[in-house]
Design a protein around this ligand. Structure first.
Ligand code: PGA
Length: 260
């Protein structure tokens, strides 16, 4: 794992976004794995700005999002379809027929999960997968005890995850109990992974992911198995890391330094 620690959340988000821009500039037909959640809007704002300023075009890129709530139609304000349109797709030139998310309102969600997994297999592998991390160590909606060999499927959301996402649903509606999420094995098959975590609330999950033993009880620990995973943190999310000084020695302020 490459651990990059930045002074601020803004700098960390910019670094994650920069890696996406560089990937797409080098390979316009890149297949990108995207994530939702409160950590991601600054990344998407950076991508929208890079597009608006003419530094990058996403017209040939293909995207696969990690997950969607079961039961929510794409036009539901809390669906991840809606999130992606609002935060990124409507602000850039991603081609609508190149952007993919599981359909939460599919009549048969189990079949929909299988269709989505097959589509990733047919078009993939994903070149660059962007991830956040839940306070309980989930990646995508792979909640604790998700198999490291898992594929796209239905997961029951934990109370903690539903409580964390209640703020998006307001007082009148609860977050759905179920989601379709790509599996951990599906994620591990990506060529490159970038996980972004910012804020003190993520510090316990981050230390377990980076320095804990690989375990289904913290799904993000599976990233230790990936040969090209970059973990991008701000100071607050990195606060509990025991080898923090070492990571900063290897990458001072998150920068790459020449080996010789
Ligand atoms: P957050 O969620 O960005 O809203 O904290 C991350 C996640 O649950 O993966």
């Amino acid at each position: 794992m490459k651990i990059l620690i930045f002074e601020t959340a803004e700098m960390a988000a910019a670094r994650a976004a920069q890696q996406i821009v560089e990937r797409v500039c080098a390979q316009p037909k890149s297949i990108l794995g995207f994530a939702t959640g409160g950590t991601m809007p600054p990344v998407y704002q950076y991508l929208a700005k890079a597009f608006a300023e003419g530094h990058v075009s996403f017209a040939s890129a293909v995207t696969f999002n990690l997950d969607e709530y079961v039961g929510l139609a794409p036009d539901h304000a809390c669906s991840y379809h809606h999130f992606m349109a609002r935060e990124l797709f409507d602000l850039t030139d991603f081609a609508p027929d190149h952007t993919n998310l599981p359909h939460g309102d599919a009549p048969d969600p189990v079949a929909e999960a299988a269709r989505y997994e097959a589509l990733i297999k047919a078009k993939g592998p994903i070149d660059l997968q962007l991830l956040g991390i839940g306070g309980n160590g989930h990646i995508g909606f792979n909640e604790p005890t998700s198999s490291i060999g898992s594929r796209t499927r239905i997961k029951t959301l934990t109370k903690a995850t539903r409580a964390a996402n209640q703020k998006y649903f307001g007082d009148t509606e609860d977050p759905p109990q179920f989601a379709i999420t790509v599996g951990i094995q599906t994620i591990l098959e990506s060529r490159e992974i970038v996980l972004l975590a910012t804020g003190a609330a993520k510090a316990p999950a981050v230390v377990e992911m980076v320095e804990g033993a690989i375990s289904a009880s913290c799904p993000a620990t599976a990233l230790q198995l990936h040969p090209k995973a970059t973990i991008i943190l701000d100071q607050a999310a990195a606060a509990n890391l025991k080898l923090r000084e070492y990571y900063s020695q290897v990458h001072p302020n998150g920068q790459e330094i020449p080996v010789v």
